[in-house]
Design a protein around this ligand. Structure first.
Ligand SMILES: Cc1cc2nc3c(=O)[nH]c(=O)nc-3n(C[C@H](O)[C@H](O)[C@H](O)COP(=O)(O)O)c2cc1C
Ligand code: SF4
Length: 417
């Protein structure tokens, strides 16, 4: 029977814990910050994060320490750390859970990360309509200033840091790191051509690291337990734990923390309690709507970056959407592509036109006007979108459509004219 491994959620799981600064410090909070600022150099902090093997929790799984290490030093320009708290991927609700329940954990990671990369003004980018987490965050930041843990000479050291919250207007694409930076600069949120990458030309063309909330929340944990102990958690090349958000037709939806590499089927049955009303699983979307669907016979795998990729999907944001035997796959595919078509920023022809044509084609099945030629056309349109766009949204829209028609052809045949 799979059990949770509460490390990021240790405080949250403690009875009576309210996430205030007082409660956080009573539970041992800010020890890692003190250690970093008083006994480590920025380089040794980066080295510790590198050694821990921490991979980014925002979707792509890029090593956090390496990202910080890439940033050029002594450029004569300021460096920035921008925390990506947008969280608009359908099915994903782990970052705002952390912000709501234990905001000081990731804020401690944000301060340590800023010290490591030489940043003196950090930003947290969060959607405008996420009012409760944004308000919670503002209170937490205000309290850090009052406690002199932000501002000038933090903990009596020579390190100064300000944090500003930036509320986005609510476009999914603004979670993509370069679109986020455009939006932060006050421009229309559209992904940039890369290179140059944010490490050298990010916010206001200055060296910038964009890091996810959960990635930053791991940083104090790494410094407290040591990189070697952290590396022992999880599976090879996939260290640490993950916050898994389970939704859909599941008995016990919610956030669960497991070691990376835990068995996916056990997460669904042992932690999520299996399907409601004794139904069978029809489809599992393993990492938010951008990830390819898995059939029930494909879920007896390790839940980590590499094993889920090997199964033809991606771990993404660890947001499991589990749907039962009564689910209409065509309806699911249609809702998904309507979302991607609406959220495509329109810069790249394959993504702009491809999401539009995929939406029209899937709608024909939705309206019982499908035929074999349209199934073939869905596959052809999707094929033109892979690798031909500026950002990952183009591939993320095409992949699930191709997978739906290939894995569930009988579901599409049911909607033939
Ligand atoms: C369309 C799109 C939306 C994204 N939304 C988010 C988001 O809401 N939060 C996030 O952390 N990363 C998001 N990402 C990934 C970011 O571009 C980036 O990889 C991430 O913030 C880096 O942080 P990490 O290295 O800590 O994972 C998104 C990517 C794409 C293509
Ligand atoms: S792939 Fe789509 S969302 Fe991304 S930049 Fe191109 S048009 Fe915009």
């Amino acid at each position: 029977m799979l059990q949770e491994t509460p490390i990021l959620t240790k405080n949250i799981r403690s009875p009576g814990y309210d996430g205030s600064l007082e409660a956080y410090q009573k539970a041992g909070g800010h020890k890692a910050l003190e250690k970093a600022l008083k006994s480590m150099t920025p380089e040794t902090v980066i080295e510790a994060v590198k050694e821990s093997g921490l991979r980014g929790r925002g979707g792509a799984g890029f090593p956090t320490g390496m990202k910080w290490g890439f940033m050029p030093k002594n450029t004569g320009r300021p460096s920035y750390l921008v925390c990506n708290a947008d969280e608009a991927e359908p099915g994903t609700f782990k970052d705002h859970f952390l912000i709501n329940r234990d905001p000081h954990l990731f804020l401690e990671g944000l301060i340590i990360g800023s010290y490591a990369i030489g940043c003196h003004h950090a930003y947290v980018y969060i959607r405008g309509r996420s009012q409760a987490p944004a308000a919670r965050l503002q209170t937490a930041i205000d309290n850090l200033y009052k406690a002199k843990l932000l501002g000038k000479a933090i903990l009596g050291t020579g390190f100064d840091l300000d944090i500003t919250i930036h509320r986005g207007a609510g476009a999914y694409i603004c979670g993509e790191e370069t679109a986020l930076l455009e939006s932060l600069e006050g421009k229309r949120g559209q992904p940039r051509v890369k290179p140059p990458f944010p490490a050298t030309h990010g916010f206001n063309a200055c060296p910038t690291s964009v890091n996810n909330v959960e990635s930053l929340a791991n940083v104090p944990i790494i410094l407290n337990m040591g990189p070697d102990a952290f590396k022992k958690l999880g599976s090879t090349n996939n260290s640490g734990t993950r916050l898994v958000g389970i939704s859909g037709h599941i008995k016990n939806p919610g956030i669960y923390e497991v070691e990376m590499g835990a068995n996916l089927k056990s997460i669904i049955y042992d932690l999520g309690g299996g399907m409601r009303d004794g139904k069978q699983i029809k489809v599992v979307i393993p990492g938010g709507t951008s990830s390819n669907p898995l059939k029930p016979e494909e879920i007896d795998i390790a839940y980590d970056f590499d094993a889920v990729a090997k199964a033809g999907s991606m771990l993404g944001t660890c947001s499991l959407i589990v749907l039962d035997e009564d689910t209409d796959i065509v309806d699911l595919a249609y809702r998904t592509i309507v979302f991607f078509n609406h959220e495509s920023c329109g810069q790249c022809t394959p993504c702009r036109e491809g999401t539009f044509w995929l939406k029209n084609l899937v709608r024909d099945f939705h309206d019982n006007l499908g035929d074999q030629g349209k199934i073939d056309r869905i596959r052809r349109v999707a094929a033109t979108m892979f690798g031909t766009s500026l950002c990952a949204l183009g591939d993320a829209a095409a992949g699930p459509m191709k997978a739906f028609v290939e894995k569930y052809p009988e579901e599409f045949r049911k909607h033939f004219i």
